[in-house]
Design a protein around this ligand. Sequence first.
Ligand SMILES: Nc1ncnc2c1ncn2[C@@H]1O[C@H](COP(=O)(O)OP(=O)(O)OP(=O)(O)O)[C@@H](O)[C@H]1O
Ligand SMILES: N[C@@H](CCO)C(=O)O
Length: 315
Amino acid sequence: MSVYTVVSQGELVEFLKDYDVGALLSFEGISAGIENTNYFVNTERDGRQLQFVLTIFEHHTFDELPYFLNIMAFMAEHKIPTAHPIQTLSNGYLKELKGKPAALVERLKGGGVEQPSLKQCEVMGEQLARFHLAGQDFSGFRQNDRGLDWMKTTLALVNDFFDAEQKQMVKEEFELQSGIDWHSLPQGVIHADLFCDNALFSGDELSGIIDLYYACNSVLLYDLAVMVNDWCRINSTDPKQIVFDQHKIDAMLQAYRSVRPLNALEQQSWNAALRLAALRFFMSRSKDKYLPREGEMTQIKDPAVFERILQIHRS
Ligand SMILES: Nc1ncnc2c1ncn2[C@@H]1O[C@H](COP(=O)(O)OP(=O)(O)OP(=O)(O)O)[C@@H](O)[C@H]1O
Ligand SMILES: N[C@@H](CCO)C(=O)O
């Protein structure tokens, strides 16, 4: 259950006065998600029922949030399926609730994906390319705070928990990545965490991409690699048995390239991008497992999954 900040009816009624959303009908904490507190919020305005998601940000500062909320609004306005944040009557998309930053966003239909279909992989390939193209006109900028420097700092924290084989593999991967000039590849706004649980589908129709709170300006190919690593594999309860589904990879890549073709350097760098994306989540999951944040109610996501994915891309 991830409701870290409990909100009363009275507090929510007061909060909603700064929005043109009508009167509060009901609200309910959302159990999925681990970073933030989320509530479903239902209101009624002019006889119509409206549905929203209220997010109370547990880790981000007020300063860094406008970048993410502006991207969500920008993408929704460019017909990329994302949840549009709701404008306050006073100023912008961000407000304070219980001393923390908070935002109200449009509630999308559908649910997260557990076993993506071939069609869903194709849809995501196409939509990510459209997201990347639209992002070329977005004026905000944010550095990737989960880039190679962050991975190196994280490795220093977790390396002692690794066995000799893991240490050697990770050392080789950092050597490989440090030798690549990622800046010479096409850059732009990336989602940076587009896993299956961050896209809501109704059947094979994408209702929206959510959780843009790692978005940043970085390497477009890396974003595609993050997505392939999570969407295009056949999972097993034993991470060592994970395998990729080549049909899903082909469907996703073909759909992406039909909207934004990959240049020669991107094609050459594909394997390295898959390895960089695997390394990033191997590092973050290792840190969460070995050095969990105090007081955090976290379902630990298994780093062995990304260790295996890294091994597959190395072979
Ligand atoms: N705009 C939305 N419309 C409908 N449902 C949403 C929306 N945003 C979030 N949700 C629901 O809330 C759940 C939690 O949201 P989210 O994944 O953003 O959680 P988080 O704690 O902020 O992030 P993380 O998953 O990284 O821990 C989602 O799985 C989804 O069911
Ligand atoms: N998508 C990440 C967690 C949120 O960043 C993972 O599965 O490790």
